[in-house]
Design a protein around this ligand. Structure first.
Ligand code: PMV
Length: 317
C-alpha cells in the first residue's frame, strides 16, 4: 500500500482570543508557512492493529498502545475508529513532523489532530470531509484545553480566514484587499490550558469587569471584520493596538510580549498585539508589505526567537 500524507497549517488569531470562549466573536487566519504533516505507511510484517508512532519533533517513538489512554494519539485513533465503525486497523507506521512550535499560540495541537485524522481516514479508504475532521479535532481540543472555543480546529480544518462565534456555524471571511503580518515568537512557552484557566478564575472573581472587557473585544472584532470586508486593512492596525490593551487587562500579556509589541510599532508596524492564549507565545504585527522585512529584523534584534512573514490573500469568503 502506498504511503499517505496529509498536512494542516498553523494559525493566528487576529482578534478576539479569550473573549471567544465567552461567546464573543473572533477572527482567525491560517498560516501556511508552518505545517503539521502526518505520513502513514502500512507495516506488512507487523500484526494487524499494531500502530507504531514516530514524532521526532516532540521526541516520541512508541507503540500506540504503550501510550497512556489519555494521550492525544490514543484519543485520535479511538475517535476515528468509532467514526468509521472500524474495530481493528491494519498494522501501521505513523510519522508526524511539524514545523509549528508547540505551546506558542499557533495551533500546533489542532494541526497535528487534523493531519492525523485526514491521513488515517484516507488510508482506510474513507477520507473524512472538513466538517467531520473539524468536529473530531474539537473533541481532542476539549481533552487538552478544558473549555476551547473551537476556533483553532475550525480555522485549521478549513484552512481559510474565518469569523467565529462559539456554538454557531462559522463564517468564511471575505478579504477584499490582501494584507501582511509579521509573526514573532517570544520564545516563552505557554500552555493554552493554564492561560485559559487563569482567565476563568479572574472572570469568576469579577464577572462584571471581565464581561465588559470581552464586550470591548467583541466590538473590535466586529469592526475589524468590516474593515477586512471593505478592503481597508490598514485600519486593522489601531484595532490590534486596542485589542492588545484589552488582553493586558485580561491578564494574559507578559513583559516579553509587551516588549515585542512595542518594538514592532517602533519599527513601523501599523499595529500589533499578542495572538493566541498569551502569557508567552507569539505576537502579530500588521505592516505594509515593503516594511515587513525591516519589522521582522527589528523584532529579531529585540528578542524574538523566530519571525514569520505571512500574507492574508484576497478571498471571496
Ligand atoms: O491555542 P491558542 O493558544 O491559540 O489559544 C486559542 C485562543 C483561546 O481563545 C485562548 C482559546 C480558545 O479555545 O479559543
Amino acid at each position: 500500500m502506498p504511503a499517505i500524507t496529509a498536512r494542516a497549517p498553523g494559525k493566528v488569531i487576529l482578534f478576539g482570543e479569550h473573549a471567544v470562549i465567552y461567546g464573543r466573536p473572533a477572527i482567525a487566519v491560517p498560516v501556511t508557512q508552518i505545517q503539521a504533516k502526518a505520513t502513514l505507511l502500512g507495516a506488512p510484517f507487523a500484526l494487524a492493529g499494531q500502530v507504531w508512532i514516530y514524532a521526532p519533533d516532540v521526541n516520541l517513538q512508541s507503540d500506540l498502545y504503550q501510550l497512556p489512554e489519555s494521550h492525544s494519539f490514543r484519543i485520535l485513533f479511538q475517535l476515528i475508529m468509532q467514526e468509521l465503525n472500524i474495530s481493528r486497523l491494519p498494522a501501521l507506521r505513523l510519522r508526524i513532523n511539524s514545523s509549528i512550535p508547540v505551546a506558542a499560540g499557533l495551533g500546533s495541537g489542532a494541526a497535528v489532530s487534523v493531519a492525523v485524522l485526514r491521513a488515517i481516514s484516507s488510508f482506510v479508504g474513507h477520507p473524512l470531509n472538513d466538517e467531520r475532521v473539524c468536529a473530531l479535532a474539537y473533541q481532542v481540543e476539549k481533552v487538552y484545553h478544558g473549555t476551547p472555543s473551537g476556533i483553532d480546529n475550525t480555522v485549521i480544518a478549513y484552512a481559510r480566514p474565518i469569523y467565529f462565534v462559539k456554538g454557531q456555524p462559522f463564517e468564511l471571511l471575505r478579504v477584499s484587499q490582501p494584507f501582511t503580518l509579521v509573526i514573532a515568537d517570544s520564545g516563552v512557552k505557554s500552555p493554552t490550558l493554564a492561560a485559559v484557566g487563569g482567565v476563568r478564575t479572574r472572570w469568576q472573581t469579577d464577572p462584571a469587569a471581565f464581561d465588559s472587557l470581552f464586550d470591548q473585544a467583541a466590538a473590535i472584532a466586529r469592526e475589524a471584520r468590516l474593515m477586512i470586508e471593505k478592503g481597508l486593512p490598514d485600519q486593522l492596525g489601531p484595532l490590534m493596538d486596542e485589542n492588545h490593551k484589552i488582553l493586558q487587562q485580561i491578564g494574559v500579556s507578559c513583559p516579553e510580549l509587551d516588549h515585542l509589541v512595542a518594538s514592532a510599532r517602533q519599527a513601523g508596524a501599523l499595529g500589533a498585539k499578542l495572538s493566541g492564549a498569551g502569557q508567552g507565545g507569539n505576537i502579530i504585527a500588521l505592516t505594509n508589505q515593503d516594511k515587513a522585512v525591516d519589522v521582522a529584523r527589528a523584532l529579531e534584534q529585540t528578542g524574538a526567537t523566530r519571525t514569520i512573514i505571512t500574507s492574508v490573500a484576497s478571498s471571496n469568503g
